[in-house]
Design a protein around this ligand. Sequence first.
Ligand code: ADP
Ligand code: MG
Length: 680
Amino acid sequence: MTRLFSNINTLKGVGEKRSRLYERLGITTPYELLYHFPRSYTDYTQVTAVIDAPINEYCVLKGTIVRKLPEQRIRMGLNIFKAIANDGTNNFLVVFFNNYYAFDALNVGYEYYFYGKVTGDLLKKEITSPHVIAGDSKELFQPVYSLTEGLTGAIVQTNIKSCLQILDSEPIEILPKDIIEENNLCGLTEAIKNIHFPQSKEMLDMAKKRLAFDELLTLQLGMLMLKGRNKQKTAIKMSSDTNVEILYQTIPFELTNAQKQAISEICADLCSSVPMNRLLQGDVGSGKTAVAAAACYFAYLNGCQSALMAPTEILAIQHYNTLCEFLGPLGVQVCLLTGSLTAKKKNAVKEQIQNGEISVVVGTHAIIQKSTVFKKLGLVITDEQHRFGVEQRAALAEKGGSPHKLVMSATPIPRTLALIIYGDLDISILNELPKGRAKIETFAVTGKLRERAYNFIRDRLNENKQAYIVCPMIDENDNDLIAVTTYAQKLQEGAFSGYNVGLLHGRMSSADKERVMNDFRNGDIDLLISTTVVEVGVDVPNAVVMMIENSDRFGLSQLHQLRGRVGRGMAQSYCILVTDNINDDVKHRLRIMSSTTDGFKISEEDLKLRGPGDFFGKKQHGLPQLKIADIAGDMELMKTTQMVARRIIDEDSELKLPKNGGLRVEVIRLFAKSGDNSLN
Ligand code: ADP
Ligand code: MG
């Protein structure tokens, strides 16, 4: 079993230079080369008759060589080789530039498949620099690989064929036999052979299914192992006699049933010595902060400190204010810890955290994670989790022994998917919005109606309500910045001259941002012109209009987040989506936005539109990169592998049994690539 795992340069035809090229593709062993799957296939079963072959398109022609023409020297260094072939419908020319070997390999009277671009004219068609395979070949699906400079498809094919020869003498299998049988899978060796050189379409499908199965199973085993390891740690076991009811009197509203349910699930977790590892999923405006407050209060009553971490300073400040309002009257000391505090203040606060005077710390991730020492940290809550991946979750676990962890996500995703992407977490869902919320009315308009939209906003401002206008920034370069700044200025001097217009963008200093948000919250600013920094979490219930310029530039989920900034109080709220780009795709998206405010539905649509690759870009979910499986595309396989993974882990939590050895190697390999080494 060693040749597959030895250095790639032990492969015939691979020397120092080529092995360095392979390294660029992340390939260091023959085994890894075998897992360099084709990007696509050329299907030689789809033969086009010459008389039907469209000019300037890629086609497969199949013909017999009639005659080879003498070599033509066009100029120094350019030789053209031509052969006449016939497929029974017509003659065609096979043309090679400077490729004597390919030309020489053709024999008169023999039949070949040619794949390439058809040129010439209707009477005399040519196929130029085609890929050629023998007419009696059984390998009619030819692999097409992702290449790097210096590695051609032909080289990779040859090298992979050498690997497949090794595989013949060293067959591999990582799945226990019963799993293969129960799931009607083909063997791994067979799958690898057929993923590169499929014997038929059916065999290719079998191979894909098998390899996708392995990949998803490996992924889920890794997640379950993470979860299992978490369970081996111990956290502070809080008392189940704790009563948080008194908190409900300081919270200025009646909690929804979903909130109460989530709180009781969280409190139950806190009463175990197994660290909580829970995801709180809820649509925008579902009231996650109140749930977080209850959890902090529960910890406080048990003499434990809590940390609430937000991704931005604006949000940290907002949470700080909310927690002070809810918990302050009950005597809980809450503090704010962000980068913009003076060093002196920061040190003072940190000292109070260390000596236990402060019970709840609210701040940005970086600050809390880095250098803060707690006296008795019992609970860590992270908000807007969709920006953090598995790695960060693992890193967090190391903080202060093993505190209980709650992550809050405002990106609703279908539950089945959540189970997979957050397979290392337990999940609570807020599937109910607070009572009395009016549906947000959403309109999509073109720029022609902008003045009317301004009128509409002015009417709302005259009712003492507030509004946002969001302008997208592609990135924070100066041009974009000038664009929002002038936009705000223009409105202040023109359409909104009698009102207070504020400006908020990511490049402002924290102090300035805080001042603007405060002014907006207090009602001193009527209309806030902002970039997407208001996207997550900002909560100003008196704001009732969200107008979004160039709304075609945003994805559905992002529009949903932005829209979620309004409709947070009792008053009727509105969302105005402005765009002058009205192609079908944009129309379709805006129609979805106008027809529903259900975040779970919107995320499903978003997933369909964007495809899983984009939707679950690595940055969003933080999972290892998958090669062949499609996280969202194949739910059935997802569910099956999840069940199988559970069964395996129940029996063998660390994959120590010999029969699971192959899987263990794969799990480590997959997670090592993601930079998360915690599974080694
Ligand atoms: P999100 O889940 O988006 O983080 P927030 O926690 O910011 O939502 O809450 C949204 C708004 O709804 C806040 O203004 C909050 O005070 C209010 N809210 C939360 N829970 C309730 C409830 N049960 N009844 C009425 N209003 C609520
Ligand atoms: Mg929130």
